[in-house]
Design a protein around this ligand. Sequence first.
Ligand SMILES: [Zn+2]
Length: 419
Amino acid sequence: MVLFSTLSFAQKKTNFVVVIDAGHGGKDAGARGVADLEKNIALDVVLRFGAMIEKNHPDVKVVYTRKTDVFLELWERTQISNNNKANLFISIHCNSATNSSATGTETFVMGLNKMNQTDEVSRRENSVVFLEKDQEKYEKFNPNDPEAVIAFEIMNAAYKEQSIRFADLVEKSFVNKQGRKSRGVKQANFHVLRGNASPSVLVELGFISNYEEGTYLASDAGKQASTEAIYAAFKEYKKEFDRRSGIVSTDEKPKPVKVAEKPLEGKSLKVKFLETTLKYSISSPQLKGLTDVEIVQDGSKYVYYYGNTNLQSRADELLSVVKRKGFTKASIVEFDLNKRLDGQKNYRVLFMTSNKKYKDRDDRFNGLSNVLRVKSGGMFNYYFGTDKTLDSAQKTLEAVQKKGFRNAFVVTFNGEEPL
Ligand SMILES: [Zn+2]
């Protein structure tokens, strides 16, 4: 049995070795997040990532520096990479900051930059050497010694361009595929990257010290989404590698021509992703970075919609974006744009709430006139417009938002009473 499986493995021709490194491990927990330790999140993502490559790329050999919760010294990780003649080394980590509002992904390449804010990250990620037996290994390299720096730069130059290329693909993938916030590609002096004889990056998945991001990254959805983002970057990088090596990948065959999709007439598709009695502002973390959000008040509830399209395929894409953000119960809702509300019903745009009573045409209304003031629970709500169809209500909303009321939203009325 053993012989057979070894043989069948050997028959797969590999032309690329990727070494994936889950940061920290064992007695070195890494950063302590709001929901989990850095070492656990990093390992989980690495195992998912490795399995995804193994499944889709039989020509890639995946080497893990660790597959369990064990302690590894930083030089051991480099040694594993060099012994396996890696074509790419990827170290996975999570960020942490004393400022709990810090969020976003960032990917590092090795570089000896001047003192700047990234030194805080490298200091933290390098600090594990104090748990190691032989700290001298790292002290041999002195970033202030010009000769050592020149020797390093010569070695690093060979891999730097490709390291930056992969780092750039990772950050773009986080933004374009997952809607995450990117802090960009940076360079810093990381022990775990310095000795690698291959393009090498260190990915910080996000800040586990931040409540929202830390909870997300510890969740199944967050870990899966992060893995998929890095995998998409890997896939593209591998394709470029193959192209340089003269290999044509199978998915580059001409694709069948798609028939142009017919837009739905007079209809609009939106993704309903949240229904709650709480009113969140557009920039609120509860909306998980979704930007194109519309909020509709329905009685005592607020309904949150994402996107607006008349193409079914686009609506499906929007739905998967929202689901990846963790709104698993989201669904597509179809609106009849030209359907008129019956009787006295109408749509109005709520653009301001204040404890002060303003007259119509107040300067604070930024030029909006015929404003309806409705007293509610000791506060005054100010509404603009009266529309009978959603189509025109949406146009009114856009006009109001352009006046600077970015958090305005549509409310259904019966006459002059909110429903
Ligand atoms: Zn780390």
